[in-house]
Design a protein. Structure first.
Length: 270
């Protein structure tokens, strides 16, 4: 299902509300969290909501999607640091229930297996929050990652290193490898929210809409899942067929744009 809003603020409000709903739906919720610029307003909104209406987060467990290899959690560009700055340090979340892959771990294989296994042991992710890379990656699952993958090491593509280079002072500082939850782990989440904002995401969102399930476009794996919501602002939705409906399913897009267009109703959920 697509949800298309006029502004980034509205995207953040909707997404934060969906996270809150999930958190409140059961006493010990398990969330899959994402990083990136797209999620900053989402977490800011979530914090605002939690200040207005406090919710007990003491039994919330979180698993982040990914982490750079070689960066310590105190490095300003590590995803652990990002999560502490943008969320964990600002809400009453239990720090021992927060999980991120460890970018400095020695037994990488063992740590990867344990990461996926821990999620399973807890009954799986209730909701997985996702951003998207300009090449269609989800987490750090780069194009041609096997859809049956579990947590693993990836070599970052040149495109990803260029895109993420904006956060580092020189290109040489951008890590070459990362740890990421696998596509299969992501697909096992009960519910998935993919969020994209800004005109830089318009091309990949159109490509995702038109591409059938294909390992060359990692996010197309989401077409195999029955409970995915794609939340966009107008800029990110700009290259979608004009009448992609807010209720239109992503799976329907596999068969071609006509289906969603025929449904007619309009994108704006304002
Ligand atoms: C990184 C992360 C992804 C994220 C993507 C988009 O590569 N590994 O999980 O979805 O960036 O980031 P942004 O929101 O900054 O465009």
């Amino acid at each position: 299902m697509y949800k298309i809003y006029d502004t980034v603020d509205e995207v953040a409000r909707y997404t934060a509300q969906r996270l809150l709903n999930r958190i409140q739906a059961r006493p010990d919720p398990v969330l899959g969290l994402a990083t990136g610029s797209t999620m900053e307003p989402v977490y800011a909104q979530l914090i605002t909501e939690l200040r207005k209406t406090p919710v007990d987060l003491s039994r919330l467990t979180t698993f982040n999607l990914d982490e750079y290899i070689g960066l310590d959690g105190s490095h300003a560009q590590s995803y652990r640091y990002y999560m502490c700055q943008n969320l964990f340090n600002k809400v009453n979340i239990a720090q021992d229930r927060v999980h991120l892959p460890d970018g400095l771990v020695e037994d990488v294989e063992g740590a990867c297996q344990a990461y996926s296994a821990t999620i399973k042991a807890l009954g799986g992710l209730d909701l997985q929050l996702l951003g998207i890379g300009s090449n269609g990656h989800i987490g750090f699952n780069e194009p041609h990652t096997c859809f049956s993958s579990r947590t693993h090491v990836v070599r970052l593509s040149e495109q990803t290193r260029i895109d993420n280079g904006r956060f580092f002072s020189t290109r040489a500082e951008v890590p070459t490898h990362a740890l990421t939850l696998g596509i299969q782990d992501i697909l096992e989440a009960k519910e998935i929210l993919l969020v994209a904002t800004g005109r830089n995401k318009a091309r990949i969102m159109a490509e995702l809409f038109h591409t059938p399930v294909d390992e060359a476009l990692p996010a197309s794996a989401l077409k195999l899942h029955s409970n995915v919501t794609i939340v966009l602002d107008r800029e990110a939705a700009a290259q979608l067929p004009p009448q992609v409906s807010s209720g239109g399913g992503l799976a329907a897009a596999v068969a071609g744009p006509e289906i969603s267009m025929a449904e007619g109703a309009v994108a704006s959920t304002k």
